[in-house]
Design a binder for this molecule. Structure first.
Ligand SMILES: [Zn+2]
Length: 123
């Protein structure tokens, strides 16, 4: 490499899908950070997105449990969690529009399936 030559010109550098900075990882199939098929992420963006992602997964798991248990009190709690989650994702929308929109869509699906069924059996 000639003196002063940019390392980026000969070595492929993986960039974060969201902030555009180098991720510092080797690439897909190596040690790169992905959430499902979303990514690659730098460490900082990954931590924020993973928090939101895991939160959505937890809510999905709770919704599934609720369908079997059919307990009115817990349905109320779950609906509260969903409301909080949607509120949090509104803040994320500004930081990570694409990811936040995907997660909001998933929550809408969970709400339309799980909660609607519970409300029907609730009566
Ligand atoms: Zn990033």
């Amino acid at each position: 490499m000639a003196e002063g030559e940019d390392i980026l010109t000969w070595q492929k550098v993986e960039l974060c899908t969201y902030c555009g900075e180098p991720t510092g990882f080797a690439g897909k199939g190596e040690d790169s950070l992905y959430l499902d098929n979303l990514g690659p992420w730098c460490q900082e963006c990954y931590e924020v997105a993973r928090y939101a992602y895991n939160h959505a997964i937890d809510i999905a798991k709770n919704a599934t449990k609720q369908i079997h248990e059919q307990q009115r009190e817990r349905v109320k709690k779950l609906k509260g969690e969903l409301a909080i989650c949607c509120y949090e994702f509104e803040a994320l929308l500004e930081m990570f529009p694409q990811t936040a929109n995907i997660l909001l869509t998933r929550i809408a699906v969970i709400r339309s399936l799980g909660i609607a069924e519970l409300e029907a059996t609730d009566a």
